[in-house]
Design a protein around this ligand. Structure first.
Ligand code: KG4
Ligand code: ZN
Length: 334
């Protein structure tokens, strides 16, 4: 089966052709430069730009896969969760292609796409068997998911407030570092050096919930106490301390969940899973706890369409179909 997948839930317009568990193409038109001056995604601008890019991005994905629309066996698109004005663009184009060509269509949950991405083929990288415990940490969501198989994914706990990526972005904005904040803080935090100590919330709790608004406030208060703009050395120490607090709690909770549910492996997913410090810390802690650890290549952690095409392909193979009057969903818990 060769599936065309389309992703437009936030600020990336993306399309991919997937066959089996392999991406034949994976095209992303990033809107980062458009949203950078605002320090975050502006929904109205995101929608307008999806409209401009969606058809060229699909054409590029087909062409790089050496495919034409006639070679495609089904169409998948992100139906939620996300910004509705963004989702409608990819979803409607996907439904239109399916209707025009008489192809099966399925709406994909963006979170399921992230969580299943680690099972796609990427060179010789090992892939997780089921069951696994997934840590999904992105700009919009942060939670822990028990993945029994491709269609049985249950949420064990989520953030009570900010998503981890959102906290990275807000702290970077506060420090005047630019957007998106995750990769910038990740680079600053690399290597040894002084780190400001910040608290992580719900640390001792045995629940699988997170809270990141406290650490963000702690950073703001630390900067306010300085009474001036921190210098480069201070900014680096703040970034390092903030990142350390966030990744420590993320890894602690997913490992706790895996041990408690007796699941032998952990999977990292979502944009924050691209974080070098997080990946390194997870390797260490999973090693100490006899857990296998899997993380997709960083390009498949951040938003992309191959994960949507792949999740769509699995769903279509199971016989799942979505009606052509499927509406986008701003919220769609797993
Ligand atoms: O999964 P994603 O691309 O989009 C959503 O579904 O939200 O995640 C984007 C988030 C942003 O908040 C971004 O700052 C964060 O992932 N991110 C990172 C890194 N790369 C992206 N956070 C920490 N370290 C990184 N290297
Ligand atoms: Zn995402």
């Amino acid at each position: 089966m060769r599936i065309l997948g389309i992703e437009s839930s936030c600020d990336e317009t993306a399309a991919s052709v997937v066959e089996g568990d392999r991406a034949l193409s994976d095209v992303i038109a990033s809107q980062i430069a458009i949203h950078r001056p605002y320090g975050g995604v502006v929904p109205e601008l995101a929608s307008r730009n999806h409209i401009v890019k969606i058809v060229p991005v699909i054409e590029e994905a087909l062409s790089r896969a050496g495919s034409k629309l006639e070679d495609i066996d089904g169409v998948a698109a992100t139906a939620g969760p996300g910004l509705v004005g963004s989702l409608v663009v990819g979803l409607q184009v996907a439904k239109t292609i399916a209707a025009a060509r008489g192809l099966p269509f399925v709406g994909v949950n963006h979170l399921a796409g992230h969580i299943l991405a680690a099972r796609m083929a990427d060179g010789f990288a090992p892939r997780p068997e089921f069951p696994y415990m997934a840590l999904l940490a992105s700009g919009g969501h942060t939670g822990i998911y028990l993945v029994e198989d491709e269609s049985r994914i249950s949420c064990l706990g989520e953030t009570r407030d900010d998503a981890a990526g959102e906290a990275f972005d807000k702290v970077a904005k506060l420090l005047g570092l630019g957007y998106p904040g995750g990769p910038i803080i990740d680079r600053l935090a690399a290597g040894e050096g002084p780190a400001v100590e910040f608290p992580s919330a719900l640390r001792r709790r045995t629940s699988f919930e997170f809270s990141f608004s406290g650490v963000k406030t702690a950073v703001a208060q630390h900067v306010a106490r300085l009474g001036r703009r921190p210098d480069q050395v201070e900014i680096t120490a703040i970034a390092r301390g903030f990142q350390r607090a966030v990744i420590e709690i993320l890894v602690r909770k997913v490992v706790l969940a895996a041990r408690q549910k007796q699941v032998p492996r952990v999977v990292l997913a979502g944009g924050v899973a691209a974080n070098v410090g997080l990946r390194r810390h997870a390797i260490e802690v999973c090693g100490e706890n006899d857990l296998e650890l899997y993380a997709p290549p960083t390009s498949r952690c951040t938003d992309n369409a191959s994960m949507i095409a792949y999740a769509g392909l699995l769903a279509l193979t199971r016989g799942d179909r979505s009606p052509l009057d499927l509406a986008p969903r701003a919220a769609w818990p797993l």
